[in-house]
Write a protein that binds this ligand. Structure first.
Ligand code: NG6
Ligand code: CA
Length: 495
């Protein structure tokens, strides 16, 4: 009898360990050098550092693209975004770009009996064309694998500036319906262009349309006044929704995709963070993200969920300093290097575009440490399918089961990885290849390097992490092979 009980207990523990909760803490535009556990001396992120100290910190972990929409598309579907038209940065009135019925990271967790939720920035479109924001807002996250959603449609700098919870705009007064247009302004509604005197933060480029809360955005909107978010409270609102989801889900296994908005623009942190970084709103917004991480980790501690919850922290793309608002980010940057030792940042095919903070903590299974394995968010669908004992969906064609690397049991990771900046780049081990590509080498607005250049580039990242010395002429054969390998992947005949 006693032996039976012990056996039962062992089985129960084994099952519990095999089915961890998964919490994906996802920052927006957070760079490799923006957190102290990746070596920054100019900013202190104690909660992210705690996660790194208790978990596995990857030094070569990537998002799938150097901007938000393609990066998230690839992470959720397991397919590189360059394969699908219409996966560039979306306007706030775009329709859902992941068709209902297609397998996603969330539906994979659902298939294993998890309760799934997304809180925060969505930016993958909503509806199937001509959406009425005053009615049922669908299809959206609920139709592609999330049991629960509390989101903003696109970004903080795009209308509509309201939250959507499970098919409904939150706090909407039917007497004051919302209208959204990305074509024309609504007569009588203030815009950044027409009413600069009403602005408390001025655009540096773009962002001169609908004027909401003293900040002008991309796109026009009218009405829905009672539903409009307060920018200063956004991080707290999302964190509270995340905590609520965890509390409501704790009796079974759950997957939470916490998609924070910090430090994307407009950077409007809560007053308690204002001035705290000494770097202006961008730095303050990073401290705010770190604080959200702290609150969510504390919730896991409080509910006794720490041991068997896999917490994954990463970012959707590399950093940018001036992304369209005069918010002192450039003036107050000082010696801070948002991409750390890497070249480029958001919008870039250099490493700074996609190599981002990437940390996994799972006390029951993962030994703390540092891993140099080459890993990518595009591998989440196949890897988490494997973790939950399922077959990877066929549509996740670029997703590889990297579970051993993600759990610290394999130190190599991927053999090859495509990095989608402006041009596509290819990694093979320590080698990095960027084909010749027309277009501006430096974005005239953000001043970030794009990775475009008339000549092909080859770098040995083991000697030259900052991609300074082009070795293409010294290694013509490798250049040829890597160009062919990239083409093969692009045409769908290789991986
Ligand atoms: C750009 C915006 C930028 C940001 C970006 C998307 C302008 C001039 N620039 O088009 O501010 O919104 O799109 O960022 O409008 S992302 O992180 O969501 O990909
Ligand atoms: Ca982003």
């Amino acid at each position: 009898m006693k032996r039976c009980l012990i056996a039962l207990l062992l089985v129960a523990t084994a099952v519990a360990v095999e089915k961890p909760n998964v919490v994906l803490l996802y920052a927006d535009d957070l760079g490799y050098g923006d957190v102290s556990c990746y070596g920054s001396k100019t900013i202190t992120t104690p909660n992210i550092d705690r996660l790194a100290a208790e978990g596995l910190r990857f030094t070569d972990g990537h998002c799938a693209a150097a901007t938000c929409t393609p990066s998230r598309f690839a992470m959720l579907t397991g397919e590189y975004a360059f394969r699908q038209k219409g996966t560039g940065v979306l306007p706030g009135d775009a329709k859902l770009i992941i068709p209902p019925g297609r397998a996603t990271l969330a539906s994979i967790f659902q298939g294993a009996g998890y309760r799934t939720g997304v809180v925060g920035k969505w930016h993958l479109g909503l509806g199937d064309g001509g959406l009425d924001w005053n009615g049922e807002v669908k299809p959206g996250p609920n139709e592609i694998g999330f049991d629960h959603c509390f989101i903003m449609a696109a970004t903080g700098d795009r209308v509509p500036c309201v939250y959507v919870q499970d098919h409904r705009v939150v706090g909407l007064d039917p007497a004051d319906p919302i209208q959204v247009s990305y074509q024309q302004p609504f007569p009588g509604e203030p815009t950044g262009k027409q009413n600069p005197e009403l602005l408390r933060m001025h655009p540096s480029h773009g962002h001169d349309m609908a004027l909401i809360n003293g900040i002008s955005r991309i796109g026009y909107m009218k009405g829905g006044k009672s539903a409009i978010w307060k920018d200063e409270d956004m991080a707290d609102t999302f964190t509270a929704a995340a905590v609520k989801f965890i509390e409501a889900s704790k009796s079974g296994a759950f997957f939470l995709y916490f998609a924070a908005h910090d430090p994307n623009v407009p950077r409007v942190p809560h007053p308690r963070f204002v001035g705290k970084s000494g770097m202006g709103p961008r730095g303050d917004a990073i401290l705010q993200f770190d604080d959200c991480v702290g609150t969510i980790l504390a919730t896991l501690d409080r509910l006794g969920l720490k041991e068997n919850t896999l917490v994954l922290l990463s970012s959707d793309n590399g950093p940018v300093v001036d992304d369209g608002y005069k918010d002192d980010a450039v003036e107050k940057l000082g010696t801070h290097k948002p991409a750390g030792p890497l070249r480029g940042g958001k919008y870039s095919a250099f490493e700074g575009g996609t190599r981002v903070p990437f940390i996994i903590r799972w006390p029951a299974k993962v030994n703390p440490g540092v891993s140099a394995a080459l890993v990518s968010q595009v591998d989440f669908p196949a890897s988490f399918a494997a973790l939950t004992g399922q077959k990877a969906p066929e549509s996740a064609r670029d997703s590889q089961n990297m579970l051993p690397a993600l759990l610290g049991q394999d130190s190599a990771g991927r053999a090859e990885l495509v990095e989608q900046g402006g041009p596509l780049a290819l990694r093979q081990g320590v080698w990095k290849f960027i084909p010749s590509s027309p277009g501006q080498a430096v974005s005239k607005n953000t001043h970030n390097e794009t990775g475009n250049a008339p000549k092909a580039r080859l770098y040995d990242l083991s000697q030259d992490l900052g991609e300074a010395e082009n070795l293409a002429e010294m290694h013509p054969e490798r250049v040829q092979n890597m160009a062919a390998a990239l083409e093969k992947i692009q045409s769908g005949t290789g991986r």
